[in-house]
Design a binder for this molecule. Structure first.
Ligand code: MG
Length: 387
C-alpha cells in the first residue's frame, strides 16, 4: 500500500437546510451544521471528512464553535506534514488531545478518503484491508429509517405508511416520557408485523424500569439508550428486567466501552456512530469486539451530508454490521446534497455502496461554498444569545 503525506488541510463550516426537521427528546435545530475537512496530500490527492458538530451541546458536548477551535488550534497542526502508511496511524498522532470525538472523526475520515483514493480502493475495501479475512464488504448496506417525535399518533402512522411505501424495512421511532407506551401500542395495532424499534435518547431513569417493562409486549427489535447518556452501570441493572433488547448508543465512546457494556450485560445490541468513537480506526476495534462476542451491530447517523454518509455507508456494508443501519436515502434529508449522485433506496431496504475509490461520490465544492456562506450569514453565535 502507498503512504500519504499530509500537505494541507482546510475547514468549511456549513449550514444545510433539512428536507424534514427531526425532533428528538433534545428538541430540534434550525439546520444541519457540519465542519467539512478537506485534506490534500503531497501527490495532490484530496480527501474529505465530516465533523457533525451541532450548534448547541445537546447530543454531544462538542459544538461547531468548539470543533473549529480544537481542529484549528490543536488537531490540524499535529497532522500537517506527517507521512501516514495507513489512516489507522492518525489516532496515535492526535492522542495528546483528549476527548472531542466529532472533531477527531472529521479529520481522520479525510485521511481515510485520501489514503483510499491514493491506493485505488473504495472506502469499504480500505476498511476491510484493516480487518482479518472473512470481512469482505457486501457492496450494499441494509438500512432503516428514523422518525422523529410527531404531534400525534395519527401523524406518526401517516409517516410510517409513507416510509414503508418508499421501501424502508425497519422503522425507528423517537420516544420520550409521555410519548412512548401509547405510541408503541398505536403503531403495533396498525402494523403488527413491521420491524419496529424505539430510541429514547436517554430520556428515562432506572426508576422507570416498571414503566419501560410495558414495552415488552410490543415485540420490539430493540429499545435504544433508555437511561443516562454516559451510563453503562444502570443499563446493566435495567437489561435483566426487560425481555426487549437494550441497544446502547450515546454511552459507547470506544471499543473498551463496548467490551465493558457487553461483559456487564448492559445491552444486547450496539449502535456504532463512527463520529462518537473518534473515527474509523476505533470503529474497526469496536466492530471486532462485537464480532468476537456475537453482539449485533448497526451504524447510526448524525444526519450527515453525502460526505459523511458515503463513508458510513461503506462501513455499514461490512458483514459484522448485522442489523439495519440509520442511513436513509438522500431525499430524506437534503435537496440538493453536497455530493452527487444522491443515495437512493434499492430493493429490500438497501443502499448500494459507491464503487469508485475513497468515499466514491463527487464532492460539489460550489455547493459547499454556498452552504458555508449560509453559515456565515446565519451564524447564531454571532447574531444573538442562544435561547
Ligand atoms: Mg440513538
Amino acid at each position: 500500500m502507498r503512504s500519504i503525506t499530509v500537505r494541507n488541510i482546510q475547514l468549511f463550516t456549513v449550514a444545510m437546510p433539512l428536507v424534514e426537521r427531526l425532533r428528538t427528546s433534545f428538541g430540534e435545530e434550525p439546520f444541519k451544521t457540519a465542519i467539512l475537512v478537506r485534506l490534500e496530500t503531497d501527490d495532490g490527492v484530496v480527501g474529505w471528512g465530516e465533523s457533525s458538530a451541532e450548534i448547541k451541546p445537546g447530543y454531544s458536548y462538542e459544538t461547531v464553535g468548539t470543533a473549529q477551535h480544537i481542529l484549528r488550534q490543536f488537531l490540524i497542526p499535529l497532522l500537517l506534514g506527517q507521512a501516514l502508511n495507513s489512516p489507522t496511524e492518525v489516532p496515535a498522532l492526535i492522542r495528546g488531545v483528549r476527548g472531542h470525538p466529532l472533531s477527531k472523526h472529521g479529520l481522520e475520515a479525510a485521511a481515510w478518503d485520501a489514503w483510499a483514493k491514493t491506493n485505488g480502493l473504495p472506502m469499504a475495501d480500505a476498511f476491510a484491508a484493516h480487518l482479518r479475512e472473512g470481512n469482505a464488504p457486501r457492496g450494499y448496506a441494509v438500512v432503516g429509517v428514523s422518525i422523529g417525535i410527531k404531534p400525534s399518533i395519527e401523524a406518526t402512522l401517516e409517516t410510517i405508511a409513507l416510509r414503508l411505501a418508499q421501501g424502508y424495512g425497519r422503522i425507528k421511532l423517537k420516544i420520550k416520557p409521555g410519548w412512548d407506551v401509547q405510541l408503541a401500542h398505536g403503531v403495533r395495532h396498525a402494523y403488527p408485523n413491521i420491524s419496529l424499534m424505539l430510541d429514547a435518547n436517554s430520556a428515562y431513569t432506572l426508576a422507570d424500569a416498571d414503566h419501560l417493562r410495558q414495552m415488552d409486549e410490543f415485540n420490539l427489535l430493540m429499545l435504544e439508550q433508555p437511561l443516562g447518556y454516559n451510563d453503562i452501570y444502570e443499563h446493566s441493572k435495567l437489561q435483566p428486567q426487560l425481555q426487549t433488547a437494550i441497544c446502547l448508543d450515546e454511552s459507547i465512546h470506544s471499543a473498551n466501552d463496548a467490551r465493558l457494556a457487553i461483559e456487564l450485560g448492559a445491552c444486547r445490541i450496539i449502535n456504532l456512530k463512527p463520529a462518537r468513537v473518534s473515527g474509523y480506526t476505533e470503529s474497526l476495534e469496536l466492530y471486532q469486539v462485537c464480532v468476537a462476542h456475537d453482539v449485533p451491530l448497526w451504524i447510526g447517523g448524525l444526519l450527515e451530508t453525502g460526505i459523511g454518509r458515503a463513508a458510513n455507508l461503506a462501513f455499514a456494508s461490512l458483514p459484522g454490521v448485522t442489523l439495519p443501519s440509520d442511513i436513509s436515502a438522500t431525499d430524506r434529508y437534503y435537496n440538493p446534497d453536497l455530493t452527487e449522485p444522491p443515495f437512493t433506496l434499492g430493493l429490500d431496504s438497501t443502499i448500494a455502496v459507491p464503487t469508485a475509490p475513497g468515499i466514491g461520490v463527487v464532492v460539489k465544492e460550489e455547493r459547499i461554498a454556498e452552504a458555508s456562506a449560509r453559515w456565515e450569514q446565519d451564524n447564531p453565535y454571532r447574531a444573538r444569545e442562544l435561547s
